[in-house]
Each structure stands twice: as C-alpha cells, then as structure tokens.
Design a protein around this ligand. Structure first.
Ligand SMILES: [Zn+2]
Length: 97
C-alpha cells in the first residue's frame, strides 16, 4: 500500500498554523506570503525592495506593504485567486535569486 505519505511541512512549515483566509496554489494563505514579503521589505506587486519609510498599506501586517500607491491599487484590483498566485510567484522568484 502506498499513499499514506502526505506531503506536509514543505517549504513553509512555520506558516501553517492558522489557516485564515485564502490559500495559494501551494496551500499557503495569501496573508502569510504578504507577511513574509513585508518582513523582507519586498513589494508584493512589483517584487522590488521597499525603501525605508515609504511603505504603503492598510497598516495591518497580514495585508502586506507596498512600495507605492499604484502597486497597492493594482494588487487590490486583482481577483483574489490572481493575487494569491501573484504573491506566491514573487516569493518564489525572490527565493531563487
Ligand atoms: Zn511595488
């Protein structure tokens, strides 16, 4: 018998605890990706580093921070599933480099 081996704890083990809100394709909540990027000072829309003191956002960490109002607006204009995909792409791209 095979198949009892569930994939878990790959990639972001510490990000799994509370699953609130939307999930990305990888099963990670969008808010956790936003938090991850916020901590690194990376804009979830364009993937650039956010200069100190210029962050734009709601002030809630789980909603992330952006480098400009247009990035913020563009991001929030997307459908939820598009956002989740976009933010996971940014995270993956940044981790590869
Ligand atoms: Zn940006």
């Amino acid at each position: 018998m095979t198949g009892s081996c569930r994939r878990r704890d790959r990639g972001y083990p510490h990000l799994y605890p509370q699953t609130r809100g939307r999930l990305t394709e990888m099963g990670v909540p969008e808010s956790e990706y936003l938090l991850h990027l916020l901590e690194k000072g990376i804009c979830p829309w364009c993937g650039k580093n956010i200069p100190e003191g210029t962050r734009v956002g709601t002030g809630r960490k789980s909603e992330g921070g952006f480098c400009s109002l247009s990035c913020y607006g563009n991001y929030h204009a997307l459908e939820l599933h598009e956002r989740a995909r976009r933010v996971s792409d940014i995270v993956k791209r940044r981790e590869r480099s």
